[in-house]
Design a protein around this ligand. Sequence first.
Ligand code: AMP
Length: 143
Amino acid sequence: MFVSDILSQKGGFVFTVTPGTSIAQVSQQLSVRRIGSVLVLDEEGAVAGIVSERDLVRALASHGAKALELEARQIMTRDVVTCDPDDSIDQVMESMTRGRFRHLPVVRHGELLGLVSIGDVVKWRLEETQHEAEALKAYIVAG
Ligand code: AMP
């Protein structure tokens, strides 16, 4: 199973903000959209960084209520690890485990094609395991 399989089910839409978006607005976005991260795009539309719930917690711990006045560029992670639509789900799980993050933008030739979260991966894995179990049961019954 591949990243492209997940994207064909969930679509390629990604919530994004600009580097100048305030942390108050980022928090609002995460809450209203019920998501765990937003990608930060520069003026050319290239991925400049990522801000996740964890970055907000860190900013609050360091700056207190003033964190809400900071901009996305001040707290985002700049070295964003991405994956390719042809990567396997196992590769994605390995990348998330190694990097200790739960979000992986899907990029090919510089073009943003979607975002895979750990929730998507777990859902996909669960469905796959259920299908395998059903196929195995059917095989046993038929035998
Ligand atoms: P997360 O587990 O996704 O909430 O993120 C944990 C930390 O990793 C935060 O500091 C994020 O900014 C960062 N992070 C999240 N996704 C990525 C990614 N794909 N590449 C690099 N850093 C990331």
